[in-house]
Write a protein that binds this ligand. Structure first.
Ligand code: CAA
Length: 381
């Protein structure tokens, strides 16, 4: 067993770190204040290939493996979790299902535009009354000739304000529960489809989160993604893969909190000594470091299993659960080390503390990860 990254993976890390330090770190606060990751940053992400990392080269992507994606997510998140959220939705929740379940025509039509960043995508599963119970959705899709007619509302949809294509789940057989869900590709501008107001969120405040409204929205039947009534599996398999990206995001946020705490503890003097000279602070830093390393190893393990073509449902939930939980713990400890300054907007740890919180909620709450892990352990997955 070799825990060192390959030269190619190291290059992904160096390039992503360089970009994140130069372009994101100095401006992350400004993005948050403007409630948007600016278009020039999205353009740069596209040029670097970060908006199509795992898309095969024949469709204009980088054709990189999941570990490369994980490393890029980690480095971007260290500087700006809002930016990495856009990258994660594009790669994990939009391109992955199209590449995995799309027809050749769908792949040719959508992947090249998405991989270059010409188009941004979004993922519409959650509804006002169904989050963890994903199959409890109410949105319906009724076949009418060469179209499906969609009616319903989606909620908390990341990238919604500027996405051009939406992966949307709806019931084609409402009596059949999760066996009656289908998945559709809905383009912005389709009559009957509108995007609502921005949510005012606690963290990742430079991301866009809106409702989607479907009112007799006619979607061409060729936009069905995967088979009719097999959409729940599309959602589950997409989220299994996506959770590796969120785990990487959590690792990046936690690493940033540790970096800030280490710096501050050596600079700040109290009782005549730097904070770092006190064992109470040293123990805190040691615990933070141990958690970050353990989360990173779990995350790389999940990515490695996916790249090896092995089953990774268990590993992706282990990584997402642990990384998300420790990101909050490590960010909390970093705020504590900063004392009053940690509570002030000018200090990065204040943003990290808020940004970390969402990783325990989206792409499956920590409680849902525990449920998936237990089912895997008990052979009921
Ligand atoms: N991977 C693959 N298949 C899975 C699966 C998984 N993790 N979990 C369930 N399935 C399969 C089952 O094997 C079963 O398949 P068969 O029909 O072939 O037997 C089918 O799905 C139904 O399974 P269940 O009966 O277990 O389904 P359930 O209704 O009890 O729900 C659940 C299972 C795990 C709780 C699921 O509802 C779930 O994952 N909920 C969380 C939803 C979620 O993560 N939402 C995030 C929203 S997206 C987001 O956050 C994006 C963003 O903003 C950035």
């Amino acid at each position: 067993m070799d825990f060192r990254l390959s030269e190619e993976h190291e290059l992904f890390r160096r390039t992503a770190r360089d970009f994140a330090q130069k372009e994101l770190e100095p401006r992350a606060k400004e993005f948050e204040e403007q409630h948007a990751v600016p278009p020039e940053i999205l353009r740069q992400l596209g040029e670097l290939g970060y908006l199509g990392l795992m898309v095969p080269e024949e469709y204009g992507g980088v054709g990189a493996d999941t570990l490369s994606y994980t490393i890029v997510m980690e480095e971007l998140s260290r500087a700006c979790a809002s930016t990495s959220t856009v990258v994660s939705v594009q790669n994990s929740l939009v391109e992955f299902p199209i590449a995995e379940f799309g027809t050749p025509e769908q792949k040719r039509k959508y992947l090249p535009k998405l991989a270059t960043g010409e188009w941004i995508g979004a993922f519409g599963l959650t509804e006002p009354e169904s989050g963890s119970d994903a199959a409890g959705m109410k949105t319906t899709a009724v076949r009418d000739g060469d179209f499906y007619v969609l009616n319903g509302t989606k909620r908390f949809i990341t990238n919604a304000a500027f996405a051009q294509v939406f992966v949307v789940f709806a019931l084609t057989d409402p009596e059949a529960g999760n066996k009656g869900v289908s998945c559709f590709l809905v383009e912005r501008g389709t009559p009957g489809f509108t995007v609502g107001e921005e949510e005012d969120k606690m963290g990742i405040r430079a991301t866009s989160t809106c409702e989607l409204f479907f009112e007799d929205c006619r979607v061409p039947s060729e936009n069905l993604l995967g088979e009719e009534n097999r959409g729940f599996k599309v959602a589950m398999l997409t989220l299994d893969a996506g959770r590796i990206g969120i785990a990487a995001q959590a690792v990046g946020i936690a690493q940033a909190a540790l970096d800030e705490a280490l710096k501050y503890a050596q600079e700040r003097v109290a009782f005549g000594k730097p904070l770092a000279a006190f064992q109470a602070i040293q123990f805190k830093l040691a615990e933070m470091k141990t958690k970050v390393e353990a989360a990173r190893l779990l995350t790389y393990q999940a990515a490695w299993k996916k790249d090896a073509g092995e089953d990774y449902i268990l590993e992706s939930s282990l990584a997402k659960l642990y990384a998300a939980e420790i990101a909050s713990e490590v960010a909390d400890a970093a705020v504590q080390i900063h004392g009053g300054y940690g509570y002030i907007r000018d200090y990065k740890v204040e943003r990290l503390y808020r940004d970390a919180r969402i990783t325990r909620i989206y792409e499956g709450t920590s409680e849902i990860q525990k449920l998936i892990i237990a089912r895997q352990l008990l052979g009921r997955g």
